[in-house]
Structures are given as structure tokens and as C-alpha cells.
Design a protein around this ligand. Structure first.
Ligand SMILES: [Zn+2]
Length: 323
């Protein structure tokens, strides 16, 4: 594993070079974003322990879920999504979205609007606006996967208008990258949508899920706006500093668009999480994390190179090259 980290570090240097080249042209925006994310997560690091790991309680009982659903009025486009969601989800995670469904609005935008948005560099395919309880769909093709993604943002939005893991600590917001990645992971898992959005975040979050003894506990935390539960679960094996570095990385991945940066930082983060999971001494968890790691084509490629390196003669040659 050390060899892999060496190679990743070498690739990071390559990233620095490409960043410099990019910077000469048009990416100061990206660098500024990385800096802001770092500042924001450092601020959150200093105050997170002030916030207790409390559950948000719901008034509504779930015994009469079927009745409530039958009496609801919701847009036609949503019917199938709601049925699929209800069949998948634990009833206790369904409470939040029931209240919102009654007056949920969906706006589809036309092609001209879509092009205009793209020209303004507004690259969202859709958005959920908690205050208005409205989903705006910008994407013309593959609308359904956007609708179900935004539906999940709605279904995880509580009264304080924060959704999923996106959380306000005093005046600073954290967890955006974690929230988007996990939302899209659930979108693929529940609605079987195509794997096109937030792919790097999802790869990392799948390893993070292994910190929970039961992955359903992470779902519960998501549908109850409880990033603190994720934080405390992470602390079983990891440190506070490692947790915030993870949040910062997940934010960076969705807010920048430098491909080599995204790939390198994702591989590094996955290896880091694997190393943290090894501290659990839980054989099943370690094996599951290893399996996820080995799905990465770059890690697989580097591993194969290591196999060649381990032959004595070739190793001599490599050493000579390096010196
Ligand atoms: Zn989203």
C-alpha cells in the first residue's frame, strides 16, 4: 500500500503542474473555491462539538401511512417515484416527506431556458428550493433521474430547511459534498438511475458507509438531518481532523472541475479511508473496504505494476532508474 501512496503522491505533483498551467488560463475560480472550502471547514472544526448529537423529533405518527398517502395530492410525475421510495425506505424515514408532498410544486424549463442557464455557467440539472417547496428541472433529457434526485433532497428537508447532511453550524454551512454524493448514491440505489452524477463522491462515500455497523443507520441520519451522527460514527476509528479533511475533499470534488485533481484526490481519499477502517480490526469491514478499493481502475493498474516490480531483477532496474 505504501508504494501506491508514493505513486499517488507523484500524481499529485502532476496535478500541481496541471493546476499551474490551468491557472495561467482560466481556473483561478477553482483555486479560490478550494481555499474557501478549506476556510469553511476549519471554522466548522472549531465549533462542531458545541452541537449535540440530538435527534429531530417528528410529531406525526406513521401507523396510518397508507391513509395519509391516499389522501395526498401530488403531481403525476411523482407517483411512481413515491411508490418506489415507499417500498424501499424504512417507514420512520418517510415521515419528513409526507408533510411536504401536499403542496410540492414541480417546474419544467424549456430548451431555451436550459441553454441560457448553461451559457451562464449554471450547470445544475435541477434544484430543490426548500422555502418554496418547489423542484425546478432544467435538464431536458433523462429528466426522471433528476426528478428523483431532487425528490430525495425534498424528502430529507426538515422544518429548519436544511436537507440531508447539508448543515448550518452558526453561520457556516458544512456537508454539501457529502450530501450531494449520498443523495445521488441513494438515487441510484433506490431508483436504479444511470451512474452519471457525483461519481467520485459516491466512490468515497461507499467506503464511509462501512464505518456504520448497519448502513441503514446512515440512511436514518440522512433523513433526520443528522450529520453529527456521521461525525460521531467516524470518530470510532478516525480523528476529528480526518473527518473534516474528508468533508473538505467531498466539497472540493463537487465545486471544482479539474479532472486530474478529482481523480487523484479521490484515489488518495479512498486509500486514506481504507487505512482508517483498518484501525477497527473488524475483518469484514476491512475486506469490504478492500473490495471497494480494488474496483478503482487506477488502483488496479498501480497494483499490477507493483506485481512486476516485486520480481528481483526488474526491481534492480527500477532502483537504478530512480537513483
Ligand atoms: Zn443535489
Amino acid at each position: 500500500m505504501t508504494n501506491i501512496i508514493d505513486i499517488i503522491t507523484a500524481l499529485s505533483s502532476l496535478y500541481m503542474i496541471t493546476t499551474l498551467i490551468d491557472n495561467l488560463f482560466e481556473t483561478p475560480k477553482n483555486l479560490k473555491t478550494l481555499k474557501l472550502n478549506k476556510q469553511r471547514n476549519m471554522e466548522a472544526y472549531n465549533i462542531i462539538d458545541k452541537f449535540p448529537n440530538t435527534e429531530v423529533t417528528q410529531n406525526q405518527t406513521i401507523d396510518d401511512l397508507e391513509n395519509i398517502l391516499q389522501n395526498l395530492s401530488y403531481p403525476n410525475e411523482l407517483k411512481e417515484i413515491i411508490i418506489t421510495f415507499k417500498n424501499y425506505i424504512d417507514p420512520i424515514n418517510f415521515q419528513v416527506c409526507i408533510n411536504r408532498l401536499t403542496d410540492l410544486k414541480i417546474n419544467h424549463f424549456d430548451l431555451i431556458h436550459d441553454i441560457k442557464k448553461y451559457l451562464q455557467n449554471y450547470l445544475n440539472d435541477g434544484i430543490y428550493l426548500p422555502k418554496e417547496n418547489t423542484i425546478d428541472i432544467y435538464k431536458i433529457f433523462d429528466k426522471n433521474s433528476v426528478l428523483s434526485h431532487e425528490f430525495l433532497h425534498m424528502a430529507s428537508t426538515l422544518k429548519n430547511q436544511t436537507s440531508g447532511f447539508y448543515t448550518k453550524l452558526d453561520s457556516c454551512w458544512i456537508g454539501n459534498g457529502l450530501d450531494e454524493g449520498y443523495t445521488e448514491l441513494l438515487n441510484q440505489r433506490i431508483f436504479n438511475t444511470k451512474k452519471i452524477s457525483y461519481t467520485y463522491n459516491i466512490e468515497i462515500i461507499k467506503i464511509l458507509e462501512l464505518f456504520f455497523d448497519n448502513p441503514k443507520d446512515m440512511e436514518y441520519a440522512y433523513f433526520h438531518n443528522n450529520i453529527f451522527k456521521v461525525y460521531h460514527t467516524f470518530l470510532k476509528y478516525g480523528t476529528k481532523k480526518e473527518f473534516f479533511l474528508l468533508l473538505q475533499t467531498l466539497d472540493n470534488l463537487i465545486e471544482t472541475d479539474i479532472p486530474i485533481y478529482k481523480k487523484v484526490i479521490t484515489v488518495k481519499t479512498k486509500i486514506k479511508l481504507y487505512d482508517i477502517i483498518k484501525r477497527s480490526n473488524d475483518k469484514n469491514k476491512i475486506l469490504a473496504a478492500k473490495k471497494l478499493l480494488e474496483k478503482d481502475p487506477l488502483i488496479k493498474f498501480i497494483k499490477n505494476k507493483n506485481l512486476i516490480k516485486s520480481k528481483p531483477i526488474k526491481q534492480y532496474k527500477y532502483t537504478k532508474h530512480n537513483s
